[in-house]
Design a binder for this molecule. Structure first.
Ligand code: UD1
Ligand code: MG
Length: 451
């Protein structure tokens, strides 16, 4: 079936009042990715003929996040029906019968769990039944603020009643609007034009198009889906629930792919975390966006990784921090209280204790002693440190960038290295030790006399 005969409209212009936030609701992240980006990812394999995202004024960040999908500003936001009207300005001429788009899928930007297969199932079902409108239904444990689906005796959809407008009988209905609507394109403009705002919120509700369609004798239907997939995020509490649900899914997928999570509920993954076979993740590890971990690597407890690549067989942590641009080749060891940023560590390199490696290149098999710091910032510029293969950097060394330490060189403990070190050289950059025999006892005797 050619599915690109549909257009997707994502509504994201609402102010998200219940989030009590300065940032748009759909930009709040779930598993390290803005809510709206989850939906776009879902749409991708279905290749819609057009995707229009409806945003509010001052939502440039949303427009940037959804690009290359086009966005249209709804100003002021007057309800979900008004939002679809704004989107239609971008689809004019493309909708059947003049254009080739046969149906429009309306999605809410705050419903991030939808799966691509579910959406393609809904498209197929609408075509099969020739419904003018197909609405996703669900039965959540608490129907709360969701719109109630009122069914006709024959099981078709009669109307949707918003919670704010529902009487006690309607509020008792457990089947609610999950937020996805598939609408036959040639009816859409007429239906939306007929909306009014005569309701409890004074908004143009998209959900009222069902009632209008029924008045026009157009068939409307509902398909019940698992509530989990249609969870809407309107409050911080729901955001936390959504995060928990997404984490459970990601952990399960990782384990199914051959990753050991010793205490899965304490590991936090990003939607794009890539873990290879036989990776072991110890308890209490957090993955920010953009992390790839190679086969049989071990991420030890209390480590934090983001924007990093960990090679096969590497060991990270406990208590390590990998920041964006950290690349560890195979069998690298990065131990406790070591921070790596924008640096590559060659195969087998080791930095096991208390170090900062930033804007650096560290050769294969090089050993970085405890307390080594690459001084990469002069207050204005970020500067690079290059260390060759098989070098040894003694403990408590400060490498003042820009600086290069040649392959095989040894830097003595406690050095402050400000000049390049040649390959295989020994470099000592510290005050010379002076020893005065017997002076300790003499000093103590003098101090005691003073008391
Ligand atoms: C909506 C539905 C409700 C359904 C629920 C599912 C309506 C009237 N109600 O309620 O039946 O059960 O979703 O989650 O549609 N938006 C705009 N412009 C606006 C208003 C909203 O773009 O003028 C966007 C919001 O950013 C949001 C989406 O539309 O992404 C839904 O709006 P929201 O206020 O969350 O609607 P609900 O009250 O959840
Ligand atoms: Mg909502």
């Amino acid at each position: 079936m050619n599915q690109s005969r549909f257009a997707a409209v994502i509504l994201a212009a609402g102010s998200g009042t219940r989030m009590k936030s300065a940032i748009p609701k759909v930009m709040h992240s779930i598993a390290g990715r803005p809510m709206i980006a989850h939906l776009l990812e879902t749409l991708q394999p279905l290749s819609p003929a057009a995707t229009v995202v409806v945003i509010g004024p001052q939502m440039d960040a949303v427009a940037q996040t959804v690009a290359p999908a086009q966005s249209v500003v709804q100003d002021p936001p007057l309800g979900t029906g008004d939002a679809v009207r704004a989107a239609l300005t971008r689809l004019e001429g493309h909708l059947a019968p003049e254009g080739c788009i046969e149906e429009v899928v309306v999605l809410y930007g705050d419903t991030p769990f939808l799966a691509a297969e579910t959406l393609s199932g809904l498209l197929a079902e609408r075509r099969r039944t020739s419904a003018a409108i197909l609405v996703s239904g669900m039965r959540p444990a608490d129907p709360g603020a969701y719109g109630r689906l009122v069914l006709a005796p024959d099981g078709t959809l009669e109307c949707i009643v918003e919670a704010a407008d529902a009487g006690p009988e309607e509020r008792a209905i457990g089947l609610v609007n999950g937020g996805i609507m598939v609408i036959a394109a040639h009816h859409l403009c007429g239906l939306v034009d007929a909306l009014d705002s005569d309701n409890a919120k004074g908004e143009f509700y998209l959900t009222d198009i069902v009632r209008i369609a029924r008045r026009m004798q157009l068939p409307c239907r509902t398909v019940e889906l698992p509530a989990e997939e249609l969870l809407g995020v309107n409050t911080r509490a729901e955001l936390a629930e959504a995060e928990a649900l997404m984490q459970r899914r990601l952990r399960r997928a990782a384990m199914e792919a051959g990753v050991t999570l010793i205490a899965p509920e304490t590991v936090f993954l990003s939607a794009d975390t890539k873990l290879s076979r036989d990776v072991v993740i110890e308890p209490n590890v957090a993955f920010g966006p953009g992390v790839t971990v190679g086969e049989s690597a071990r991420i030890r407890s209390f480590s934090h990784l983001e924007g990093a690549v960990v090679g096969a067989g590497a060991i990270v942590g406990p208590f390590a921090r990998l920041r964006p641009g950290a690349v560890l080749d195979a069998d690298v060891h990065v131990g406790n209280f070591v921070e790596v940023k924008a640096s590559r560590l060659g195969a087998g390199a080791k930095a096991n204790h208390l170090s900062y490696i930033g804007d650096s290149e560290v050769g294969a098999r090089t050993y970085i002693g405890a307390g080594t710091i690459t001084c990469n910032y002069d207050g204005v510029n970020k500067l690079r440190t290059i260390i060759g293969e098989g070098a040894f950097i003694g403990s408590n060394t400060a490498l003042v960038a820009p600086v290069t330490v040649g392959a095989g060189a040894i830097v003595a403990a406690g050095s402050v290295v400000t000049r390049d070190v040649a390959p295989d050289a020994l470099s000592i950059g510290r005050a010379q030790q002076v020893e005065k025999p017997g002076r300790a006892a003499a000093i103590r005797a003098r101090l005691r006399r003073k008391n």
